[in-house]
Design a protein around this ligand. Sequence first.
Ligand code: UDP
Length: 321
Amino acid sequence: MRYLITGGAGFIGSHLSEELLRRGHEVYVVDDLSTGSINNIRHLKTHDRFHYTIDSCSNHYLMAELVDGCDKIYHLAAAVGVKLIVESPVRTIETNIRLTEVMLNLANKKKRPIFVASTSEVYGKSEQFPFNEDGELVMGATTKGRWSYACSKAIDEFLAIAYWKEKKLPTVVARLFNTVGPRQTGQYGMVVPNFVRQAITGQPITVFGDGKQQRCFTHVSDVVRALIGLMDHEPAYGNVFNIGNNFEISMVDLAKQVREMCNSKSEIVFIPYEKAYEEGFEDMPRRVPDLAKIKASIGWSPTIALPQILTDVIEFQRRAV
Ligand code: UDP
């Protein structure tokens, strides 16, 4: 099969490219390197079934040709990372909505099945734990930048589902819950690569808020397995799925675990949200996925537990230092 991956030089896209190549497929990547990096795909550049173009997926002519030449599409290109989102809301909204519009429109012309990446952010401030795909999405005020990310991704979801319902375009949407692993950068705010870098370099480990907020972390290789499984399973088309792990940990416990695993003497410091992000920033105290739907559909469950996830990130960052 020939796969087109937008955002293929990103953290998740590069792992997906690797796995598709390993399974014998042909991979075409488009990435503008805005948050992705050539370093993520450097080792693939000489592979004879790997092709890449550094450009934006808003380049309609380029994308039309690539869509025409492929069998299936993964649309992963998006603005990600809470820090980036709060600092650049215009870029976030425009990137997330515009690129998805372009990709769905082109996919529809050639009726190519397309996967659209969404996020657990769309559940917003919901308190219906665990988060179920049919549950309510609870957004905050439009004056608070964070929610623009959730809303832009919710629009992407609406659009993907609309194309399926109205135009019979095969689409799959998945909401990714805090994906972590080698190659993820802390530059855009993600907590695990940040804590690991801080612990390795002996800097203070920065816990935002009171640190009692909880998250569930999923290894990128588990996520990649789910992405491939969903696109290989026609009954999944037209559906929205959670992809995540349901082991919960508080940020303060995460900081302690990272410090211990790195044999680090870093102190753990607490930074108020308004200093870390912006005045009035709203965080979610909990975020945990209901995984029944994806398990019932493709038999997928996460297999890699937090200690192994952290070991992989620590090893990667130690090699990179
Ligand atoms: N966080 C933290 N210190 C950091 C970066 C993030 O305590 O250096 C917190 C953040 O406030 C949130 C959690 O860690 O409560 C997860 O943040 P991340 O940006 O990785 O993902 P989110 O779940 O917010 O999308």
